[in-house]
Write a protein that binds this ligand. Sequence first.
Ligand SMILES: *Cc1c(COP(=O)(O)O)cnc(C)c1O
Length: 388
Amino acid sequence: MTSSTPRPKLRFPFLDLQAQFATIRKETMDAVVRVMEAQQFILGHEVQKFEADAAAYIGSAEAVGCGSGSDALLLALMAHGLQAGDEVITTPFTFIATASVPAHLGVRPVFVDIESQTYNLDITQIEAIISPRTRAIIPVHLFGLPADLKPLMELAARRGLKVIEDAAQALGAHYGDQNVGTFGSSGCFSFFPSKNLGGAGDGGLLTTNDPGIAAVLRRLRDHGSTQKYFYERLGVNSRLDALQAAILRVKLKYLPKWTAARRKNAEYYRVLIAQHGLQRYICPPSEPDNCTHVYNQFTIRARKRDELRAFLMEECCIPTEIYYPYPLHLQKAFAYLGHRAGQFPQAEQASREVLALPIYPELTREQQELVVQSIADFYKQHACDADC
Ligand SMILES: *Cc1c(COP(=O)(O)O)cnc(C)c1O
């Protein structure tokens, strides 16, 4: 964004990582110093400790750290033997990496539309597009809400497909009484700073209940080496830094508390939206009974979304974000897939209507009241009926 016009000063940021750091400053700095004193930066003790903590938290047999959430997807696809000419089924309403990573391996992303309520893969549409080349399904637990995993796992088992969960936004989310990342053959997590567990830079993690796959992942992330300077299969350089692991270990202890705060904020938004009678203009995120949403994003659907967003920023100094403004099947980079507008109508409509409100754990009730009051002010000024 080029801005010659000065941006208004925000009332509060969209995500306040400084507020979070202030609460864990000493522990974090101690962890950083510990790593600096050890001068052991690649994998090693800190990474092993963090992997053990993460596996225990998620409830998976194994956890394998790597360089980023995107690399977690790459390593999972490689470990499961996907190769050029294969197909994976996924959603067009997600972050680019979900589909660009398979594409880098020559694996074709085959899109299926989303459900309008959950923004997740519409499981009922998968069966019809399975081809002899389909090898895997990559469900995304978008915004922190699990995809509908029970029918998905049944379908995958029946059709002999792998499931690789893109759980980048959903660490700690449950489907039934089980964590996401433990359903598929692998779960992929990201520690990008804006995720619910964010590092001081890039980082990622894979989960699996298969010790054989875990061993393959550990080799693949380290150039494929079986023993130093001996290689049976080519891998990549994608290791979790000891510094990141040490910082993430500190933060993982607080994740349940932060998740509870996000969920409480989501509840309060729902109350405020109902109190202001805004349901006819905006639609809060849905949370099916069998799921625990971890609200990496609190994404509403809004009438006159772009005008609302501009009003909130310019008149009220309230930041919002759009995840995602353009679905993947229409991106230029995927022109070679030959899609056209109208092919995935739910994803296309969502990209025109969604708006993410600030939801971070440190957000106060007063700030939330200001957000919803401002939304109410907008619709008062732009009075339109329920169908506008
Ligand atoms: C963040 C994210 C990724 C990629 O994670 P990085 O750590 O940024 O590489 C992949 N998929 C989804 C859905 C994400 O939100």
